[in-house]
Design a protein around this ligand. Structure first.
Ligand SMILES: *[C@@H]1O[C@H](CO)[C@@H](O)[C@H](O)[C@H]1NC(C)=O
Ligand SMILES: *[C@@H]1O[C@H](CO)[C@@H](O)[C@H](O)[C@H]1NC(C)=O
Length: 467
């Protein structure tokens, strides 16, 4: 078999006839977006569930999620700023009026998120995004954190109780300070979650012209600066990228992007498929999942029928998002849960109560997140193997990682050359498909070029070091 394949490679090279042989050239001198990382959340009590698990269960789950040798090496966590519905707000009671003195309370627990943040930090996670689903109810037009409403005082929404914009900004910055004071710096802050969706749990609305966000963002920015809190502001976590594109156009037009550091969207109602070129700000997919549990069970399947909960479906989504939409980060919804296999909205489950097991989707993320590290830059990869999405990345340590996602059904052999690299480094490659999870696979060196074989419906990650 090996003899036959090498013959085919030679013939293909001479006559250009072997359809399965393709070439890619990676040029590390042509740089695109910076990669901030990959991640997930343990919001809505899942951090507490994690904290309460047996120590050996915790350790195994943490290693799956954060370990860069054996796990996915996730590098971003997304914590939820509670708005009071579950006794989870740092400001449970109204100070009476916007100018009243707020009485903050901090339990150093945050429903397990404080413990979870400590664990993530112990694995080297440095990027923490805090996101509020809603302002406390007394600051909203609906008077409730879980009933659809707007922040009082924003454009178009005056309330008899007054203008609560400054109070909401103070509340958010106070939350950030509690973490920072404990040594776990919150690096990013969002003040909305799915503002185009009106569920019966914590949420807050904005209009499609984003007028409420536009009238709040400068206050939040000024408040952070005045408090000496160095945090990147994000907006707006729309349900899908189509709506986030609409919001982004409005934010750019109003000049709000000067206060923001990241554009954020979710991948529920539409995926990140094309670049939002309205602004140069980095774009993050801050949440996504296969659905609501309706037939989207937690499964280890990579490819069965192309369903939402299968790994290969997500391998495609991530590849399109990172390469075509030029995202800087991709976060799934939740990380670890216990016996919640009816829903595939998390990456690792202790299905028997004690032994964590990863889903197929987990491996789709790991093929990107283990080796493409925060601070990496996406670089040019030219040549187009038929049906293979190719993403190439230069890490800050000089290693180059190329992720091949073969969307077709046939095996492709791809020879990758590295422009400007004359001596061979050492290459390693790994394969995930139905039957293999992060399995070592051959990377055949030929000078400074490496050839890998990419089976249909698989992902192969190639890493070159020391070139
Ligand atoms: C990651 O896993 C490796 C191999 O089991 C282990 O040596 C290392 O200590 C782990 N890293 C952390 C931060 O726990
Ligand atoms: C947190 O931020 C402070 C102030 O910028 C900095 O001195 C400190 O090193 C940071 N801590 C971590 C763990 O990054």
């Amino acid at each position: 078999m090996a003899y036959f394949l090498s013959k085919l490679v030679v013939l293909g090279g001479l006559a250009g006839f072997a359809a399965s042989q393709a070439s890619v050239t990676v040029d590390v001198g042509t740089k695109y977006q910076q990669i901030d990382g990959f991640g997930f959340s343990q919001a809505f009590g899942r951090a507490k569930e994690f904290q309460d698990a047996p120590a050996s269960t915790q350790k195994k789950a943490l290693d799956y999620l954060f370990n860069t040798t054996t796990g996915a090496g996730f590098s971003i966590i997304r914590n939820r700023v509670g708005s009071g519905g579950r006794g989870d707000s740092i400001l449970p009671n109204s100070p009476g009026s916007p100018s009243g003195k707020p009485s903050y309370t901090w339990d150093e627990d945050d429903r397990g998120q404080f413990w979870f943040t400590k664990q993530a930090a112990s694995y080297g996670v440095k990027t923490i995004i805090a996101d509020a689903w809603s302002a406390p109810g007394f600051m909203k037009t609906s008077g409730s954190e879980s009933r659809p409403g707007y922040l009082c005082g924003t454009t178009g929404h005056s309330c008899s109780s007054g203008d609560w914009r400054q109070a909401y900004a103070d509340f958010l910055i106070q939350y950030v300070k509690y973490y920072n004071q404990a040594g776990f710096n919150v690096t990013h802050l969002g003040f909305l979650n799915e503002p185009d969706f009106a569920p019966s749990y914590s949420q807050m609305q904005i209009s499609s012209n984003a007028q409420e966000a536009i009238s709040f963002i400068p206050t939040l920015s000024k408040t952070a600066a005045a408090a000496g809190v160095d945090v990147v502001l994000t907006c707006c976590d729309a349900m899908g990228w189509q709506m986030q594109s609409t919001y982004t156009t409005a934010l750019v037009k109003a000049g709000s992007t000067q206060y923001l550091g990241v554009i954020t969207g979710h991948s529920y109602s539409s995926d990140a498929r094309t670049h939002l070129s309205q602004t140069d700000l980095p774009k993050w997919n801050t949440e996504g999942g296969p659905g609501d549990g309706n037939g989207n069970a937690f499964v280890s399947t990579w490819y069965g029928r192309g369903a939402n909960e299968e790994g290969f479906t997500w391998a495609n989504k991530i590849a399109v998002a990172m390469v075509n939409a030029q995202l800087s980060a991709y976060l799934f919804w939740e990380g670890f849960e216990i016996r919640q296999t009816q829903s595939g909205s998390h990456l690792v489950d202790a299905t028997d109560g004690t032994n964590p097991k990863p889903s197929g989707i987990f491996w789709a993320f790991a093929m990107w997140s283990r080796h493409i590290r925060p601070g990496a830059r996406r670089v040019a990869a030219t040549g187009s193997p038929n049906g293979v999405i190719t993403g190439a990345f230069l890490n800050t340590d000089g290693s180059v990682v190329v992720v091949f996602t073969n969307t077709g059904t046939g095996t492709q052999s791809v020879k990758t050359s590295f422009a400007g690299v004359s001596s061979a480094g050492s290459a390693e490659a790994w394969l995930t498909n139905q039957g293999n999870t992060f399995a070592s696979t051959a990377a055949k060196m030929d000078g400074a070029a490496a050839t890998v074989s990419i089976p249909g419906r698989s992902v192969v990650t190639l890493k070159m070091t020391g070139a």
